[in-house]
Design a protein around this ligand. Structure first.
Ligand code: ZN
Ligand code: ZN
Length: 331
């Protein structure tokens, strides 16, 4: 059983730029984005494929890319889900309405924003066809950790300990059948709505001899399963950044990272700058290693290196590796 279902995982600006993580799945409108910083490394097509974006907080290095996200999805007839901490609804609304629009009929984007607060969530929907009226905010109880779920996966969120309200996230894929990108690329049947229909039947545990009519031919569910799908246990990917490794949040961060295939973790400072880490609420590289070790993750990828270490980033990797050997960075 393959362990993971996603077809693409891309740390858009590496370990030294704004932390941005893009994951995609076979098919359209189902990519996920963690953080909304600089994202020129992603094409408009990649951003237009987004189903949901999860923003940790509103510091500029995590939020400046929002405009490109919205623009790339403007003409899409879909709901784009956006998640963030308190005040995300107001801040996204202000950013969207900072621009003028021709409101062409084909500009159909619907942005569903959810802001997560301790114990509750607030949602609002911004609709282009209604010319983005003032949002109506609905508040409901939320005890976490799951903030988003679809047929393939769940996304969990916890509150981090940063200088401003900030979230950390984890993606947890569900085990079961998933479309296999390489099989779909080489198979004789072109990808179409049948993929979703076959997937629905497979996940419902339908009889494998069930026949599906496609392109004038009849295919059993068994044949389609073997040739176009993979059974996967599903992977956990944790994305933790801009947080102090304080006693208050350690247990929650640990739960988020527990058993992850890969943990992307804040490593803004080296050990020698522990004082700055406490003041500006970031992690030091050895703490990223410690978290990875405690959570028994498979791999640790360090992110968000401060520019003060330019030319000597290896030091940060070495400090983390002393605690957790399976560590890497994209420099
Ligand atoms: Zn940051
Ligand atoms: Zn920050």
């Amino acid at each position: 059983m393959a362990a993971r279902a996603f077809s693409t995982v891309q740390l858009v600006n590496g370990s030294t730029g704004d932390p941005v993580l893009y994951l995609d799945y076979p098919g359209g409108d189902n990519a996920l984005l963690f953080d909304g910083g600089e994202n020129c490394g992603l094409t408009a097509a990649q951003l237009g494929d987004l189903e949901a974006a999860f923003i940790t907080h509103h510091h500029v290095d995590h939020f400046i890319g929002l405009d490109r996200i919205i623009r790339a999805n403007m003409d899409r007839d879909k709901i784009l889900h956006l998640f963030g901490p308190v005040n995300t609804i107001r801040k996204v609304y202000d950013r969207i309405t900072a621009y003028e629009y021709p409101f062409f009929p084909f500009q159909k984007i619907v942005v569903k924003i959810t802001e997560l607060l301790p114990g509750k969530m607030r949602t609002a929907t911004l609709e282009c066809t209604k010319k983005f009226p003032e949002p109506v905010v609905v508040e409901t109880a939320w005890t976490g950790p799951v903030c988003y779920e679809n047929a393939d996966l769940r996304v969990e969120a916890v509150h981090a300990d940063h200088t401003v309200p900030c979230l950390s996230f984890a993606l947890a894929e569900k085990s079961g059948y998933h479309p296999d990108p390489s099989k779909l690329a080489t198979g004789i049947l072109k990808t179409g709505i049948w993929v979703q229909e076959a997937l629905r039947l497979l996940r419902a545990g339908a009889d494998m001899q069930t026949k599906i009519e496609l392109n004038g031919g009849n295919f059993t569910l068994e044949t389609l399963a073997a040739n176009y799908f993979t059974e996967s246990q599903g992977a956990r990917v944790a994305y933790i950044t801009d947080t102090f490794f304080s006693d208050a949040v350690q247990p929650e961060l640990l739960k988020l990272a527990k058993g992850a295939w890969r943990l992307y973790c804040d490593s803004f400072y080296a050990r020698a700058q522990a004082k700055q880490a406490a003041q500006y609420k970031h992690m030091i590289a050895p703490q990223a290693g410690e978290l990875a070790k405690l959570a028994k993750v498979e791999q640790l990828v360090l992110i968000h290196f401060a520019t003060r270490y330019a030319g000597k980033y290896q030091m940060l990797i070495d400090e983390a590796a002393a605690v957790f050997p399976k560590v890497s960075a994209e420099i």
